[in-house]
Design a protein around this ligand. Structure first.
Ligand SMILES: Cc1ncc(COP(=O)(O)O)c(C=O)c1O
Length: 469
């Protein structure tokens, strides 16, 4: 149900905008157009499902065909599969890189390359400056109080493993509990199984409803005095659900449990502020936000980072070493053993600069419209079922098609130049919740256009016709 309260969340459309959308989308109602004053009661209009009026799905009449950002992404001009223009709808797997990032990497290797922190020469100073400036950019980008709260890692997976091993594992005893949810990526399941197996702790899983939303009452009911930690995705990579992180965090904290948020699928699509959300840990991957592969970041609170123990040892993370004893550096260095991925950290900094220059609110608003358009168009394909119909969604429009396997659909689309995922997307429990082993997953970014969505949908109509004839 849409209620006035969830209608008016900050950043979501106003009642006036919703009324405009409704009027544009249901021309049958043109004789009695909806007014802003009536908008809060829209879900009661006969014959209209709440989903159709959800802000996440509300279509708009504004043309969104022009896209000024595509020119920054050289790879979007590629031709594939015998000369077909590439339609990149696999953004949840990885995003493409703008030339600003590609050029920054090239500049680094041509003018700055050196190991960091230790060298007594100018290039060491240049690379250290670039590396630490990128750390500051990450902190600013996600609203962390300081660059000291940012640890470089290879990506979300390594970040979750770091928190699991360095912070959670030393605090667990047999019978302690960790809460996850049913919509998690395997990267936010398996690391917790490893610490559970090592300590005798137990995983408890909050269920999702038929729309793919976490059932908050069931989540809260899982907490017991033995709950030691919570780990949850901000956006589901399989269903697109945006989870209510602030609320999940408040509940966890009420029960004395710290929380980790897997931001792999949120940072590129939603403005994120870790301080405002109140989370204890936040992790994301550079390659999901137009940055290089092999680089990502962990945000931790000062208390969390101070309490966590190093889980890998080596150079860079030490203050003093003898054969008897090692003194560690302060955080974040104590978690960064060995030479880091310096160039790609710098490249990630450039990606965040790029996203800031485009404007995060602008990206979210554009994608919000494009996702609404995508979902509405997909619904028009005969025998297509959308998987994940949460009111709050980002980027992902997964579906299955009657009488067509996920794999065959993916192949058919790939032959037309459309790149997307067909499979379980490393979220088997989330799929099994819907009785599925996989889905076809277009996932959008701000450089995608309505024309690309039309192209996808027309290809699906064609596929359906082939079998039905
Ligand atoms: C929600 C979520 N968490 C974690 C990951 C793992 O990210 P990475 O492979 O970059 O470590 C992904 C990747 O798809 C994801 O979508």
């Amino acid at each position: 149900m849409i209620t006035p309260t969830n209608f008016y969340q900050p950043g979501l459309p106003t009642a006036e905008q919703l009324a405009n959308w409704a009027n544009a989308y249901f021309p049958a109602d043109a004789a009695a157009p909806l007014t802003a004053a009536a908008a809060p009661a829209l879900d009661t209009v006969a014959g209209l499902s709440p989903t159709a009026f959800s802000p996440e799905y509300a279509p708009t009449s504004a043309p969104v065909s022009h896209n000024e950002w595509r020119k920054d992404f050289p790879i979007l001009n590629e031709r594939v599969n015998g000369g077909k223009p590439l339609v990149w709808l696999d953004n949840a797997a990885t995003t493409q890189r703008p030339r600003q990032v590609i050029e920054r990497l090239s500049y680094y290797y041509q003018h700055e390359n050196s190991n960091v922190h230790r060298g007594a020469h100018e290039l060491a100073a240049r690379s250290t400056n670039a590396y630490e400036a990128a750390r500051q950019k990450v902190a600013d980008f996600i609203g962390a109080p300081s660059a000291r709260n940012i640890v470089w890692v290879r990506g979300t997976t390594e970040g979750i493993n770091l928190v699991a091993q360095a912070f959670v594992r030393p605090r667990l005893q047999a019978g302690d509990e960790i809460i996850l949810t049913e919509l998690e990526h395997h990267a936010n399941i398996v690391p917790w199984q490893l610490v559970a197996a090592a300590t005798g702790a137990v995983l408890r899983v909050a269920p999702i409803n038929d729309a793919g939303e976490i059932i908050l009452s069931a989540y809260e009911n899982l907490f017991t005095p033995r709950t030691k930690f919570v780990a949850v995705a901000h956006v589901s990579n399989a269903l697109g659900t945006i989870t209510p992180v602030a609320e999940l965090t408040a509940i966890a904290h009420r029960h004395g449990a710290p929380i980790l948020v897997d931001g792999a699928q949120s940072v590129a699509h939603l403005p994120v502020n870790v301080a405002a959300l109140g989370v204890d840990w936040f992790v994301f991957s550079g390659h999901k936000i137009f940055g290089p592969t092999g680089i990502g970041a962990v945000y931790g609170t000062d208390a969390g980072l101070k309490a966590a123990e190093p889980y890998q040892g080596g150079g860079n993370m030490i203050a003093d070493v003898t054969f008897e004893k090692t003194q560690y550096q302060e955080y974040p260095a104590k978690f960064e053993a060995g030479t880091g991925n310096i160039a790609d950290a710098v490249g990630l900094g450039a990606a965040l600069d790029y996203v800031n220059a485009v404007g995060r609110e602008k990206i979210a608003a554009y994608e919000h419209q494009l996702l609404g358009y995508t979902l509405e168009k997909l619904r028009g394909v005969k025998g297509l079922r959308i998987i994940g119909t949460a009111k709050e969604k980002a980027s992902v429009a997964a579906f299955v098609l009657d009488r067509h396997s996920v794999e065959a659909t993916g192949k058919f689309l790939s032959a037309r130049g459309i790149a997307l995922r067909a499979g379980h997307h490393c979220a088997q429990p989330a799929h099994r919740r819907f009785g599925l082993e996989g889905s076809v997953r277009p996932s959008i970014a701000f450089y995608n256009t309505r024309e690309e969505i039309d192209f996808l949908v027309n290809a699906l109509h064609e596929l359906v016709r082939t079998i039905n004839n």
